[in-house]
Design a protein around this ligand. Structure first.
Ligand code: SF4
Ligand code: SF4
Length: 432
């Protein structure tokens, strides 16, 4: 049973009398049944039919950041966003799917964001949303999350804030003075108001660049010390970024980073599964840590050039990407293959179109596959359809990762004040 939400979400911190997701120490934890929702609930089904499971929607091209790492930079602020009615038509013609992956632009810049999410919740039974944000629009994020909790009670919300470095480094990478402070303020507010809500999981996505490499461990420690996250994923740059220099990491640097942050991931797992009993806890931790290592290994291998995943990429069969302007693709990396305008915004028609069949043929599968990339979303999506990955490769990845374990690791001391009270640079010296 869920507690009724307060009439005014601003008026009090949301309390949940049952099914809390925080332990006595306030950390985010996962209840037994929740392990089977979204990631890391991977063992829910070992054999899945290859049908639509992930709907990727670039809900707007508007953005208030100017990130050096952005792979969508040439599409931003192009004033061609689809209308609410066009998106409604897509929802009404789409089959059911599990997970809505929101993208942009900055999703919270769209006034009707929550209404759009509700469409997929009501019409398509979407029960997990991946909702990324740069964290700049505190009030909108607060209002949006408050509404989602109230109006979509069964939706598991993965609210993913972007943080790519500490203080001024983050601001420079994202081209926004004071970005770090604003994002932390947003995270603190959301945690304070909605931290006890069981279906909200607050995460951080960190894009690893040479510029911030030396700060990434401290960033992870800072977030854990402040208890602001359930998970933090460390991703390499995707696609063709605005500033190609953001992709200049060496193999040694990546390897060293993975080793260094492993204890932080273990700390995340310890907090997430601390309420599980003995064996269950061990399995959950193994799968969480093995899943992250498995995905990171394939990402890092593909960072330096195409390298087979050892499992089929299911792009186009289990996923569809809709750009802000109605163009559609099988995945975020390959080019657009059609326009929803030419299919009357009918998703079923686009999914079963000749262009999509041709695209799936070109992507190939197994040993006949033709392209490989670093994209974590498709790695996560595709591995669910590979019993071999689920049963063997994830536990094996965790077994190998154990060498990076530091026995009785405790978070090191860091200078939180220095991190939070850095000087915000002037706009002219930030960004490119
Ligand atoms: S990566 Fe940065 S610039 Fe690109 S859409 Fe996201 S927030 Fe905007
Ligand atoms: S491997 Fe990457 S580029 Fe190729 S189809 Fe899959 S997600 Fe797209």
């Amino acid at each position: 049973m869920r507690k009724e939400m307060p009439a005014d979400p601003d008026s009090e911190k949301i309390k949940v009398s049952e099914n809390k997701n925080t332990g006595g120490d306030g950390h985010t934890t996962v209840k037994d049944q929740d392990i089977h929702k979204g990631e890391p609930g991977l063992l829910h089904k070992l054999v899945r039919k290859k049908q639509l499971e992930g709907f990727f929607l670039f809900v707007t091209s508007r953005c208030n950041s100017n990130c050096k790492t952005c792979f969508y930079h040439d599409q931003l602020n192009s004033n061609q966003d689809m209308t609410f009615d066009e998106i409604r038509r897509m929802s009404e013609t789409s089959p059911r799917f599990d997970k809505l992956w929101m993208s942009g632009g900055e999703p919270f810049l769209r006034d009707d964001l929550v209404d759009i999410i509700k469409l997929f919740y009501d019409n398509n039974h979407a029960r997990v949303i991946n909702l990324p944000t740069n964290g700049l629009l505190t009030k909108r994020i607060d209002e949006g999350v408050g509404r989602l909790i109230k109006e979509c009670p069964d939706l598991q919300i993965h609210l993913n804030f972007s943080l790519d470095g500490l203080g001024a480094t983050h601001d420079t990478i994202r081209g926004v003075p004071g970005n770090f402070k604003k994002t932390i303020a947003s995270m603190e507010l959301i945690k304070k108001k909605y931290g006890d809500y069981p279906n909200l999981i607050q995460n951080v996505a960190t894009v690893v660049t040479p510029e911030a490499l030396d700060e990434i461990f401290d960033l992870g420690v800072y977030l854990l010390k402040k208890d602001l996250i359930a998970t933090q994923f460390f991703e390499v740059v995707r696609g063709d970024p605005k500033d190609p220099a953001t992709k200049n990491l060496t193999e040694e640097q990546l390897k060293a980073l993975r080793k260094k942050v492993y204890p932080l991931l273990e700390e995340q797992a310890n907090r997430l599964f601390k309420d599980f009993d003995g064996v269950k806890r061990k399995i959950a931790k193994t799968y969480f840590l093995g899943f992250v290592r498995f995905v990171n290994e394939l990402q890092d291998a593909n960072y330096f050039g195409p390298s087979p995943w050892g499992m089929t990429c299911t792009a186009g069969k289990t996923t569809i990407v809709i750009d802000h302007n109605g163009a559609f693709r099988a995945c975020e990396v390959r080019p657009a293959i059609g326009r929803m305008q030419d299919f009357d915004f009918d998703i079923n028609k686009a999914l079963h179109s000749d262009v999509m069949k041709k695209e799936i043929e070109e992507i190939g599968g197994g040993h006949k596959a033709n392209c490989w990339c670093t994209h974590g979303c498709w790695l996560m999506s595709s591995l669910k359809f590979s019993p071999r990955a689920l049963l063997f490769r994830i536990p094996w990845a965790q077994y190998k990762a154990k060498k990076d374990r530091i026995k009785d690791f405790v978070l090191p001391e860091i200078d939180v004040e220095a991190i939070e009270y850095y000087t915000v640079q002037k706009a002219s010296s930030v960004g490119t």
